[in-house]
Design a protein around this ligand. Structure first.
Ligand SMILES: [Zn+2]
Ligand SMILES: [Zn+2]
Length: 254
């Protein structure tokens, strides 16, 4: 059974004066494995160690591990149909335990405090690209209005804001989600594409990047890429130059 950790705000409040006693009575537990974390924190060191990028070698454009969707020297089938404006894409970690627990925690369980940790890993994975991104505006793939109403926040926005704070790149709300016909989870790739084709519009009154400006697009998970493609196409139609995609996790075949 997982030990319920003391919620972040409460933990911070009591931590000041009574830290040693609180640590003894209410030790913080790792969100992923439930083990006690001495000195506090959300994810224990062994679980952090298991958060790893998708295995190399990877497609230089879409980050997909070679040998699963393509062969060396031949075009990568994963990003073959991506719009010209989209790419490169990078994912901080492969969507394998415990990354899946973090994604779920941020998206469905209200663990907003996870966003800075996840953004830290995204920044690390972007390291070699960051010099090229200086002029980029950071935006995010918005979740459905229903999800946002239910949770009170948008997980991708939290990641984008945390990444903006870490990198100094300016944050902007550029995209609005028009509607959510069906959840993407149970759909095949072709169905996913049709389901999200018209999902996005440019947010009215958004501080838009100058014509030809570039955008760093943030999402929590990259699965088939259908959602990211639709978002990138909307941005491209609005005059954005290049869209670089960064997600916390990348779904991979088992
Ligand atoms: Zn752990
Ligand atoms: Zn690729």
């Amino acid at each position: 059974m997982r030990v319920a950790p003391l919620a972040g705000t409460g933990r911070r409040w009591v931590r000041g004066a009574l830290a040693p006693l609180v640590d003894f009575l209410l030790p913080s537990a790792c969100i992923a494995c439930g083990s006690r974390i001495a000195g506090g924190g959300l994810v224990c060191a062994p679980c952090r160690g298991r958060l790893r990028p998708p295995p190399a070698p990877r497609c230089a454009r879409c980050d997909y591990p070679a040998g699963t969707g393509d062969r060396p020297g031949r075009p990568c089938l994963e990003c073959l149909e991506w719009p010209e404006a989209l790419g490169p894409a990078r994912a901080a970690v492969a969507l394998r335990p415990p990354a899946d627990v973090l994604v779920h925690g941020l998206k469905y369980e209200g663990w907003r405090e996870l966003a800075p940790l996840m953004a830290q890993l995204m920044e690390r994975r972007l390291a070699t690209l960051l010099d090229d991104l200086e002029e980029h505006v950071i935006t995010y793939v918005p979740t459905s209005a229903a999800h946002r109403r239910r949770r009170g926040y948008d997980q991708a926005e939290l990641l984008a804001r945390a990444l903006s704070a870490r990198t100094g790149l300016a944050f902007a709300h550029l995209l609005a989600r028009r509607r959510q016909k069906r959840t993407q989870v149970s759909l095949h790739p072709q169905q996913r594409m049709a389901n999200v084709r018209d999902a996005f519009s440019l947010r009215p009154g958004a501080g838009q990047p100058a014509d030809g400006g570039d955008v760093l697009l943030v999402d929590d998970v990259l699965t088939t890429g259908a959602t990211a493609r639709a978002a990138a196409e909307t941005l491209a139609r609005a005059g954005v130059g290049r869209v670089v995609l960064v997600t916390f996790a990348r779904a991979l075949p088992r």
